[in-house]
Ligand binder design. Structure first.
Ligand SMILES: [Zn+2]
Length: 320
């Protein structure tokens, strides 16, 4: 009778097989209810992770390309800077020789160093435009006494002006960070003075992305203001490898609003041009009068045979 337990097709299903089938059904159900949705979630997460990875890879590729482009630009800029440094060095060598010849009386040339103190000021841009127009190179003695704001245009950062000066081949000098020459200020000790000088050096380096370190200092108020501390300060400057420069003609632009005028500035400089073959003119970047007088001064001195150069460390006018 064993055959009768089978199905109509004659396939015999044993108890064991039935049990096995039941287990399989249960497993399938469990899988359907728990495992498959979980696996689905995992799969979805995998797909998401993979597309994220792909996107990251694409981003990395783009970043790498950008990096390559940037480093090429940087290389180009560095080679441009090296070239301009080389040219400047050549010009300065020639200028130093000319200075010597002028002093020995073997050259009929004349040199004018225009210097502008107390910047950056927003008026600096107008001076820069003017100097560009006349092909004049000058020297800007900068301070951070006004913080990182342009005193006459508070929404502009002073830092953003620094690259402008060097871009056009002018010299940036150090006019101390604080410009504070009152009681207990920079002239109270050589250490106080050098602290202010070093802070200004740091600020200039930051503002120019490390491309520029000043080599020449101008004492606020002139080196005469340092009084009894002057010798100690000069020793400290020498040790730091820095030169300093005063002026041979004061334009008079800081003589007070009742006295200073474009006419006074012009006449002071014309007077100095009578006997100074190498002159260092003191002006201020904030002076409207100096800005107004400048085109006429440049034309006048140009006619008298002066060439306009930025100060350089080896110049005879820079004390060491
Ligand atoms: Zn000053």
């Amino acid at each position: 009778m064993a055959e009768d337990k089978g199905s109509a097709r004659g396939i015999r299903i044993s108890d064991t097989m039935l049990k096995a089938m039941a287990v399989l059904i249960v497993i399938t159900l469990i899988a359907a209810v728990f495992v498959v949705p979980k696996y689905g979630k995992v799969f979805k997460a995998y797909v998401a992770a993979r597309s994220e990875y792909k996107a990251a890879q694409a981003g990395y590729g783009a970043a790498e390309q950008k990096n390559a482009d940037l480093s090429q630009t940087l290389e180009e800029m560095e080679s441009m800077k090296a070239e301009s440094d080389r040219l400047s060095a050549e010009v300065f060598k020639l200028a130093a020789r000319t200075e010597k010849e002028i002093q020995e009386g073997t050259s009929t040339k004349k040199i004018c160093y225009i210097t502008l103190d107390d910047g950056p000021y927003n008026r600096g841009k107008e001076f820069l435009d003017l100097f560009n127009k006349y092909g004049v190179k000058a020297t800007f003695f900068l301070t951070t006494a006004n913080g990182d704001k342009l005193p006459d245009q508070a929404d502009l950062s002073a830092k953003s002006m620094y690259p402008e000066y060097i871009k056009f081949g002018h010299t940036i000098g150090n006019h101390t960070y604080s410009h504070d020459y009152g009681q207990g200020g920079i002239y109270s000790s050589a250490e106080a003075f050098m602290n202010s000088v070093n802070n200004q050096q740091k600020f200039t380096e930051e503002a120019t992305g490390g491309a520029y370190t000043p080599k020449i200092v101008r004492f606020p108020g002139g080196s005469g203001e340092a009084g009894a501390t002057a010798d100690d300060i000069k020793d400290a400057l020498r040790k730091a490898g820095l030169g300093w420069v005063d002026w041979t003609v004061d334009s008079g632009d800081s003589w007070g609003s009742d006295r200073a005028s474009a006419e006074l500035i012009k006449s002071n400089i014309r007077e100095a041009a009578k006997d100074q073959k190498i002159m260092v003119i003191l002006c201020h970047e904030w002076s409207k009068d100096s800005l107004e007088a400048m085109p006429s001064i440049i034309r006048y001195l140009d006619k008298k045979g002066y060439i306009f150069l930025p100060l350089f460390p080896e110049s005879v006018m820079v004390q060491k």
